[in-house]
Design a protein around this ligand. Structure first.
Ligand SMILES: C[S@@+](CC[C@H](N)C(=O)[O-])C[C@H]1O[C@@H](n2cnc3c(N)ncnc32)[C@H](O)[C@@H]1O
Length: 212
């Protein structure tokens, strides 16, 4: 299976390099090649255009762009995604991807997971990968009304949708949230941190991981 190919960028129809689902314009060749070399080192197993991985002893099929992210971040989930989590808790997983994090929480003793994912391709795999498990899958963008679900813990990594929290007075669950400062801007980011008294777990540069 090819890890690198040439495609057309969305609106402008400019050719771009697609490396495991990440798009690079040609003048970003060096970054594309770095990702390509890393992808080759990872020696993924492919089937029908999807990557086959094992997450917490469960076999999952994921879209290529998720495969690299999971391999990169998997060890950090143990360190950060379990902050404030306790066995037996029910979890809301916002930005659930292909089910990898729902499976991770179940393997660590979550009672059930409500998994929310807006990407249609990922959502299909989320449903398939969590079939038969205590996971309720919700497709489409996160909405504040989902906070009415009876959950104890919320993991939120949804590429900017965390700003919706600015519309609520309080968050009743334990929370681990990625705040995408580069995406949502300094002002929204500071407001979120102050409003919910968030504490920094890790600074990744463009985004930061916080807990309450
Ligand atoms: C970096 S991935 C997270 C993957 C992995 N499950 C994790 O938590 O590390 C972010 C995910 O958030 C999803 N997402 C983006 N905006 C969203 C929204 N408004 N509501 C729900 N999911 C969203 C993306 O499609 C993507 O799958």
């Amino acid at each position: 299976m090819k890890t690198i190919s040439i495609r057309q960028a969305g609106k402008r129809h400019i050719p771009v390099l697609d490396v495991m689902g990440a798009r690079y314009q040609f003048w970003h060749l060096r970054a594309a090649l770095t990702r390509w070399r890393r992808a080759r080192r990872m020696q993924f197993r492919w089937q029908d255009g999807l990557v086959q991985l094992t997450v917490c002893n469960r076999k999952v099929s994921v879209l290529p762009k998720y495969a690299m992210m999971i391999e990169d971040e998997r060890e950090e989930w143990d360190e950060y995604y379990l902050h404030g989590f306790e066995e037996g808790m029910s979890v809301m997983d916002v930005g659930a991807g292909c089910g990898e994090t729902a499976i991770f929480y179940l393997a660590h003793g979550a009672r059930k997971v409500v998994a929310i994912e807006s990407d249609q391709g990922a959502f299909k795999l989320l449903r398939k990968n969590t079939e038969g498990l205590a996971v309720e899958c919700i497709g489409g963008p996160f909405r504040l009304e989902y906070l009415n679900f009876d959950v104890d813990f919320c993991k939120m990594d949804c590429e900017g949708c965390e700003t919706l929290f600015l519309g609520v007075e309080a968050i009743d669950t334990r929370l681990v949230v990625e705040v995408h400062k580069r995406m949502i801007g300094q002002e929204a980011s500071t407001s979120l941190i102050r409003k919910f008294n968030l504490r920094l777990l890790k600074d990744y540069g463009g985004y930061q991981l916080y807990s309450n």
